[in-house]
Each structure stands twice: as structure tokens, then as C-alpha cells.
Design a binder for this molecule. Structure first.
Ligand code: HAS
Ligand code: HEM
Ligand code: CU
Length: 566
């Protein structure tokens, strides 16, 4: 149970700001998801971009793709996570946070989003979601994006400082699990976002405002991937918090081990960031030695996910046993398969088995040249961020929205169907796109363009995977429409419950708890408790693993003019 949090007005305000974050996130996802199937049809060889209605809305395939990537991967995730990871630790600690500050960061993040949205919608920031220079967009895009990221750092700061206050008030106590996971994750974000902050403040903004004669694309790209890899764990770990802390209860079981969950999050704090060069195996001026080091560290960062896989499988087995399941199949058949919250998360995890395995293959220095910049890569990340993360957030919304608003989930059967449709669609998508990639079909290419018949002939041999991708587009459209129907209908329905009583926070019991007092705690719990010290180690590791690489790039810097096409 969450500790008491004081007066009702404060709780209502905390819930309201969380609701604002979450609803803004899903509005972004709604627009982003509507564009996805159009791209899937492109990878099925069908060009819908000549349609006059679509032409009036989108100037090009790339404008649509930029909107899709930015809205889904950057805006949806950041807003959802900021709300989720502000609300959970605050409730978990029973803390009173400064609500004016919390609203201020929401308003700042939304203002950043709106500033960046104008050039995006006007086709003046069609830069894809990686905005690599020397492609140059309107300055408002960079300013807006910087404000958005800065706002998330303020949320991070508020949560970390609230925890520091809690530690002072509770000396010698073990940090409760949900708070521990949230605080370590915000600390990780503060380490990994430094790359993007440096890219924005030292490279992009001075360049677009004409203070520098040009830009060094490699320095920008390296700083981007400093953040760009670890950001995937900034997206994933909020889902892990739900899998570790809440799913066991929702499925009818218990958390396997709190010390193990804490270890997982500390491993991510230390190891998430110094691995980004696995996105740059093909880039010049970074030595093979550094590429190999980052490759080994990438394999290492898969370990906490493997720990998570076995730990959560244990929780699900515990749940199935408690519900009378026996034997190999009893473990599967006795889970609550009618509950969209549980089913959505289990299917998200199943997709992540494939996504994780694909990631480890992708990280291999030897295999990477085969699939780098091919359709394999979107295949990989739609079953990681596009399903493991997105589908978990969707499933969370099915209980979080009633918990925040006192409304009841409208049409739970449609909610359940939307989860199966999303999973099935993404499986078709993943098989189709990975397969196309292996056959050499590039990513980020309008391969269906009629004006370029060479594409059609060149890709004739990939007709089966193209068909699978096309089918996925239809299934995912249905999935998206049914999910958003449930979400928006629930939000628009009248308030009927006392939310705290009807949909309480789904805290789970634990088989191996971490304990409350540090004195009697296990060595692992004591070793993971000093998060501030571990945070310093995380900074040092990044400096060590990126310092020499950036030094060499800076020494050999060569500025080129921007490629400004609008
Ligand atoms: Fe990745 C590219 C390597 C994880 C996202 N990745 C990308 C890009 C994105 C992305 C967006 O090394 C494209 C960037 C771009 O636009 O260029 N990735 C990895 C590795 C992992 C990994 C090693 N990626 C993720 C996650 C993402 C994500 C997570 C988003 C959330 N990725 C790469 C590499 C590239 C890359 C290369 C660059 C490629 C290139 O050439 O450009 C690992 O972290 C994966 C570890 C995961 C596991 C799986 C654990 C499984 C679990 C589920 C258990 C299931 C249960 C259910 C319990 C080891 C936890 C059981 C229940 C039943 C009922 C059966
Ligand atoms: C790119 C389809 C949902 C994030 C793509 C591409 C396709 C696609 C075909 C590759 C385009 C290309 O390389 O030319 C879909 C479909 C979806 C969907 C059919 C479901 C309806 C999502 C979700 C996310 C996401 C939920 C993340 C939360 C991205 C990103 C890119 C991308 C980051 C890369 C954009 C870039 O290259 O700049 N999508 N997608 N997508 N998608 Fe999705
Ligand atoms: Cu990566």
C-alpha cells in the first residue's frame, strides 16, 4: 500500500498534473501511430504518398517519417515517463512536493513541444528523429527540443531532491523499491542526457544561430549517440518498474526478489551510457579499439535485461501456481488472460524476447555491416520501443487512467482485443522488416516510389516479407484505432468511483524483500543503497569511455556548411 500522502486537495493536484502528462503523451502517440501504416505500406511496395489528400497534409514521405519518429519515440515517451516517474516515487515516499514547480515543468515541456512542432508541421524541420547535421532545420525546432529536454531534467532534479530529503528524514532506512528504481533511472537520465545537452548547446544552437561558420557532423553524431543509446533504457525501465513492482500483483503473484531488482537498476545506471558507439561502427575517425570496447560493454548491458527476464518469469510462475496452475502448460493457461492490463504487458515482454535477441545480434561488430541502415533496424526497434515499451504503457493506461480520474475503463473487451492486435501486427511487422533488411532493403527510403522503377525491380526478391509488412500496417491501424477508442472514451466518460478505493496502486508482495532497516539488510541491499556514490561512478565511466573518442574527433574537427533545403 502507498503511504498516506496528506490532504485530498494535494493528492488531487498531484493526480491532475500526472494526468496532463499522460494524456499529452497519448495525443502525440495517436498522431504518430496514424502515420505508421503509411510507412508500412511503403515497405510493402505501395506508394500512398501521391494521394491528393495526403499530399495536402504531408509535403513528403520524410516529413511524415520525421513526425512519426519525433512524436512516438521522443514526445510520447518523454511525457509519459515524466508523469509516471514523478507520480510513483512521490506516492511511494508519501512526499509533499512543490506542486507549482511540478506544473511549471509540465508547462515548460509543453511549450518546448509546441515551439518544435511549428517548423515540423511546416516542413521546415524534416530532419528525421535523429536530426543529424549537416541537414539543417529551422532554429525553432532545436530551441523547442532543447526546452523539452531541459524540462525533463527539472523533473529528474525534483524527484532526486525529494528522495535526498526522504533519506535525511529516514536515516538508516532502505529506500522503498519503487522509489529506488525511479530515482536510479532519473540519475541515469541525468548522466546520459549530457551528450544531447552538449550537442544542443555547443554544436547545434551556435551553428543554427550563425555563431559558428559550420558544423562537424561526426562530433554531433557522437554526442547524439552518447544519449541516443541510453535513452532506450530511459524508455524501457519505466516499463520494467511496472513489470517488477505491479505486474506480479495484477497477475496474482509476488515479486521474486527486491535485492535483485535493485541490482538490475544499478547495472543500468552504470552501464547504459558508455555503449553508444555501437551505432557508429561504420563511422570514420573512431578507432576499432573503441568500437570493440563499446561492443563488449553493449553485451554487458544485456545482462540486467536477462536478469529481468528470469525474475519476471518467476513472478508469472508464482502467479500461475497461486491460481492453481501445475505443469509446463498450467503455467501459461492459469494466468489472467482476460485482463487487458496483464495481457498487454505479457505480450509486450514476449515481443521483447525477440527485440532483445535481435539487439544482441545487431551489436555484433561482424554482423552489423550486413544490416546497418537496412529495414532490419526499424524491425528491431518496433519490437523494443514500439511494442515492449509502448504496449506496456498502453496496458498501464488501462488502470492508471481510472486510478487518476475515478472513471471506469470503457469496453474492456475492446481493450483486450487492441492488445492482441498490436502484438500480432508488430510480429508481422518485425518478421517482414528484419527479413527485408537481410535482403538489402534500406531503411528511410521511399522504395515504393513509382518514379523509380529500379526499386521495384531491385526488390522483387523481397515480395514475401513486403507482403508481411503490408499486412502489419492494416492490423496495426485496427489496433491503434481500438486502443485509442478505449482510451479517449474512458477519458470522456463521467467520474463514478473513489479512485483510491476502486483502483488502488497495485503494489505487490515480495518473496525476498529488501527489508526496512539498512543495519539488518543483506550485503547486496547495502551495496546498492548509496545511489549518490554510484551516480558519481556512472559519470566517471562515461568520461572514461567517451573522453578519448571525443578528444580525437575534436582534434580532427572539420566544419562543413549546413545543408538547408527549405
Ligand atoms: Fe537497440 C538500434 C543493440 C535494446 C531501440 N535500438 C536501435 C534503434 C532503436 C533501438 C530506436 O548494437 C535505432 C536507432 C537508429 O534510428 O539508428 N538494442 C541493442 C541491444 C539491446 C537493445 C544489445 N534497443 C533496445 C531497446 C530499445 C532499443 C530496449 C528501445 C526501448 N540497437 C542495438 C544496436 C543498434 C540498435 C547495435 C544499432 C544498429 C545500427 O546498425 O544502426 C539490449 O539492451 C537488449 C537486451 C534484451 C534482452 C531481452 C530480455 C527479455 C525480457 C522479456 C522476458 C519475457 C518474459 C515473458 C518474462 C536480453 C526482459 C515470458 C512470458 C511468457 C508467457 C512466455
Ligand atoms: C519508423 C511503421 C509505431 C517509432 C518506422 C518505419 C515504419 C514504421 C515502416 C520505417 C520507415 C523508414 O525507415 O523509412 C510503424 C507502424 C506503427 C509504428 C505501422 C504502428 C502503427 C511506432 C511506435 C514507435 C515508432 C509506437 C515508438 C514509440 C519509430 C521511429 C522510427 C520509425 C523512431 C524511425 C524514424 C526515422 O527513421 O527517423 N515506423 N511504426 N513507431 N518508427 Fe514506427
Ligand atoms: Cu543502441
Amino acid at each position: 500500500m502507498a503511504p498516506a500522502i496528506g490532504d485530498a486537495a494535494y493528492l488531487a493536484s498531484l493526480k491532475k498534473v500526472t494526468q496532463y502528462y499522460v494524456v499529452t503523451a497519448f495525443i502525440a502517440l495517436f498522431i504518430g501511430v496514424l502515420l505508421g501504416p503509411l510507412q508500412a505500406f511503403n515497405y510493402a511496395g505501395i506508394n500512398v504518398y501521391e494521394n491528393p489528400i495526403l499530399k495536402a497534409l504531408l509535403k513528403s514521405y520524410y516529413q511524415g517519417l520525421s513526425l512519426h519518429g519525433v512524436l512516438n519515440a521522443l514526445v510520447f515517451t518523454q511525457f509519459f515517463i515524466s508523469g509516471w516517474l514523478l507520480y510513483l516515487p512521490t506516492r511511494d515516499m508519501g512526499a509533499r512536493i512543490n506542486m507549482k514547480f511540478a506544473w511549471g515543468t509540465y508547462i515548460m515541456m509543453t511549450a518546448g513541444l509546441l515551439i518544435a512542432a511549428v517548423p515540423l508541421l511546416l516542413n521546415k524541420a524534416t530532419l528525421l528523429y535523429t536530426f543529424y547535421p549537416p541537414m539543417e532545420g529551422h532554429w525553432a525546432f532545436y530551441v523547442g527540443a532543447t526546452i523539452m529536454v531541459a524540462a525533463s531534467l527539472l523533473v529528474a532534479g525534483q524527484v532526486v531532491l525529494t528522495w535526498v530529503g526522504w533519506k535525511k528524514q529516514n536515516p538508516g532506512q532502505v529506500t522503498p523499491l519503487v522509489t529506488f528504481m525511479s530515482v536510479s533511472l532519473w540519475m541515469m537520465w541525468l548522466v546520459c542526457s549530457l551528450g544531447l545537452v552538449a550537442e544542443a548547446l555547443l554544436v547545434l544552437l551556435p551553428w543554427v544561430f550563425g555563431l559558428r561558420p559550420g558544423v562537424d557532423p561526426l562530433i554531433a553524431k557522437t554526442l547524439f549517440w552518447w544519449t541516443g543509446h541510453a535513452i532506450v533504457y530511459f524508455w524501457l525501465l519505466p516499463a520494467y518498474i511496472s513489470w517488477y513492482a505491479f505486474l506480479p500483483k495484477q497477475a496474482g503473484g509476488r515479486i521474486v526478489s527486491e535485492p535483485l531488482a535493485r541490482l538490475t537498476f544499478v547495472m543500468f545506471l552504470l552501464n547504459s551510457t558508455p555503449v553508444g558507439i555501437h551505432h557508429q561502427y561504420a563511422d570514420p575517425n573512431i578507432s576499432n579499439t573503441w568500437k570493440m570496447i563499446h561492443m563488449f560493454l553493449t553485451f554487458l548491458v544485456a545482462i540486467p535485461s536477462l536478469l529481468t527476464a528470469f525474475s519476471i518469469a518467476g513472478s508469472l510462475e508464482d502467479a500461475a501456481r497461486a491460481r492453481g496452475g501445475r505443469g509446463l502448460f498450467g503455467m501459461l493457461t492459469h494466468l489472467p488472460w482476460k485482463d487487458p492490463v496483464v495481457v498487454g504487458q505479457i505480450l509486450a515482454m514476449v515481443s521483447f524476447i525477440g527485440g532483445g535477441a535481435g539487439g544482441i545480434i545487431t551489436a555484433s561488430f561482424a554482423f552489423s555491416p550486413v544490416i546497418h541502415n537496412t529495414a532490419w533496424i526499424p524491425g528491431h526497434f518496433h519490437i523494443t520501443v514500439g511494442t515492449a515499451v509502448t504496449q506496456t504503457f498502453m496496458a498501464i493506461a488501462f488502470w492508471l487512467v481510472p486510478h487518476l480520474t475515478g472513471k471506469r475503463l470503457v469496453a474492456p473487451k475492446v481493450a483486450l482485443a487492441s492488445m492482441w492486435l498490436w502484438f500480432t501486427g508488430m510480429m508481422f511487422f518485425a518478421v517482414g522488416m528484419h527479413w527485408e533488411g537481410l535482403l538489402g532493403v534500406p531503411r528511410r527510403a521511399l522504395i515504393s516510389a513509382v518514379a523509380l522503377p529500379i526499386y521495384k525491380e531491385g526488390y522483387m526478391h523481397s515480395q514475401i516479407p513486403m507482403a508481411l509488412t503490408g499486412i502489419s500496417g492494416v492490423i496495426l491501424l485496427l489496433a491503434g484505432l481500438s486502443f485509442f477508442y478505449v482510451l479517449f472514451a474512458t477519458l470522456l466518460s463521467p467520474r463514478v468511483d473513489d479512485a483510491e478505493a476502486a483502483t488502488p496502486l497495485p503494489y505487490s508482495e515480495t518473496i525476498s524483500p529488501a527489508g526496512r532497516s539498512l543495519r539488518g539488510a543483506s550485503p547486496l541491499v547495502r551495496a546498492t543503497e548509496p545511489l549518490l556514490a554510484l551516480w558519481v561512478v556512472a559519470f566517471a565511466l562515461v568520461a572514461l569511455m567517451y573522453g578519448p573518442v571525443l578528444m580525437r574527433l575534436t582534434q580532427n574537427a572539420s566544419l562543413v556548411p549546413g545543408c538547408n533545403y527549405y
